[in-house]
Design a protein around this ligand. Structure first.
Ligand SMILES: [Fe+2]
Length: 396
């Protein structure tokens, strides 16, 4: 096991109806809240009026910034910072999925950030000099889409809409929310596609540390591997049930807590934590209209198929055996693809509009943002440019 340090200060509140206590949890954190959510909040009915009422009952003033879109953009963060400053917000409340929570983090740090907000993010891992944020307004998250675990990690993913580069900032010093309220009742009305693509994203969060572990250390199935597989299997078994019975609060509860556990740091203690499939997936969603979870579906399948023909694929084979009882990676990928299709999520990048002619652009995209100066994408084993191209091609 590698040495590690674990730090996670998020107060996690879980339970049906717990979001109604937002005022109680916010009291003591701030007196003027900016509530951040999507540019279209019709889906939520009167949720925001209720939240404002709960805050008001505790003497907390609130304002709204409905400016987040899927795959949030730098320009949205700049507008959010302006709004937060204009209303004098001293805390932020993110209500929505990963896009909303990530945008909330960038705004919270952006209010305190003395530089161009783009400097906060490393948009090129080989050349950009990042100036990490050191402070942020305190944040409360109410996730309504189980997927990214942004509610319990210090990461925010954002796209520079000028360059179409999508990257992330990970900063434990200031990007952890103070409190996150997981209220599964808020997920009961989540449409099937969002439910499924969120679940596939969560699966990928546990699959990546399983695939990209250090063979010398993880030759055997150990605690981390079992935890990762446990999360994957739980979500994998649960997703078809929740799609068939969307109003089942117990099933929704399992989905929500599983998503949080998948990327709150527990699964990567002592593990490398490379995310090459995410890095390649980000290019798909910044260049094409593709949902984050769907991009991960295409990448997990393509990586399994690519490593079917490669040496050093022991972890992929171990995964196929544990999940489907086969050491044939191509067969395992076929079974997994049928499962994802049945859940209604895309499995091929051609479904996002990519063609053979797109492969160079996609490969250039991941090289520009995520490749290191040594010409590789961090992974075990490291991936070179030609391999990234081959993986995208297998995903067509
Ligand atoms: Fe993800």
């Amino acid at each position: 096991m590698n040495n590690f340090e674990f730090y996670n200060p998020v107060k996690l509140v879980f339970g049906n109806g717990e979001s109604e206590k937002i005022g109680v949890y916010a009291k003591g954190i701030g007196t003027c809240a900016l509530i951040v959510s999507y540019s279209n909040v019709d889906f939520y009915g009167d949720l925001f009026e209720k939240i404002a009422g709960f805050l008001s009952a505790e003497g907390i003033e609130s304002h709204t910034f409905f400016g987040a879109t899927a795959n949030p953009k730098i320009t949205e963060a700049i507008a959010g910072v302006e709004k937060a400053k204009a209303v004098g917000a001293d805390m932020l409340i993110g209500v929505g999925g990963g896009s909303v929570m990530d945008l909330t983090k960038i705004i919270a740090a952006g209010v305190k950030y003395p530089h161009d907000i783009r400097k906060m993010i490393k948009f090129s891992h080989s050349s950009d000099v990042q100036i990490a944020p050191t402070e942020a307004l305190p944040m409360i998250m109410i996730p309504t889409l189980p997927a990214t675990a942004s509610e319990m990690n210090p990461t925010a993913v954002i796209t520079d809409d000028e360059t179409l580069r999508k990257s992330y900032v990970w900063e434990p010093a200031c990007l952890y929310p103070k409190v996150s309220i997981l209220d599964p009742s808020l997920t009961l009305t989540l449409p099937a596609y969002q439910t499924a693509s969120g679940a596939i994203d969560s699966i990928s969060h546990a699959v990546e540390p399983f695939f990209f572990s250090d063979e010398a250390t993880y030759g055997n199935i150990d605690l981390q591997s079992n935890m990762q597989l446990g999360v994957v299997k739980t979500i994998y078994d649960n997703l078809p049930k929740v799609l068939a019975d969307p109003n089942n609060i117990e099933l929704r509860s399992v989905m929500q807590f599983s998503a949080t556990v998948a990327l709150n740091g527990w699964l990567t203690c002592g593990v490398q934590g490379w995310t090459p499939m995410h890095q390649m997936g980000h290019v798909l969603s910044s260049h094409y209209k593709a949902t984050h979870g769907a991009t991960l579906a295409t990448m997990m399948l393509a990586w399994m198929r690519y490593f079917a023909t490669r040496k050093q694929n022991e972890r992929f084979v171990a995964f196929a055996k544990a999940m489907w009882g086969t050491d044939d990676l191509l067969k395992a990928a076929d079974i997994f693809e049928e499962y994802i299709k049945a859940a209604g999520v895309e499995t091929r990048i051609s479904q996002f509009g990519c063609t053979e002619a797109s492969l160079e652009e996609l490969t250039n995209g991941v090289v520009e943002v995520s490749f290191s100066s040594d010409g590789t994408l961090a992974s075990i084993p490291p991936i070179i440019r030609d391999e990234a191209y081959a993986i995208y091609k297998l995903a067509l």
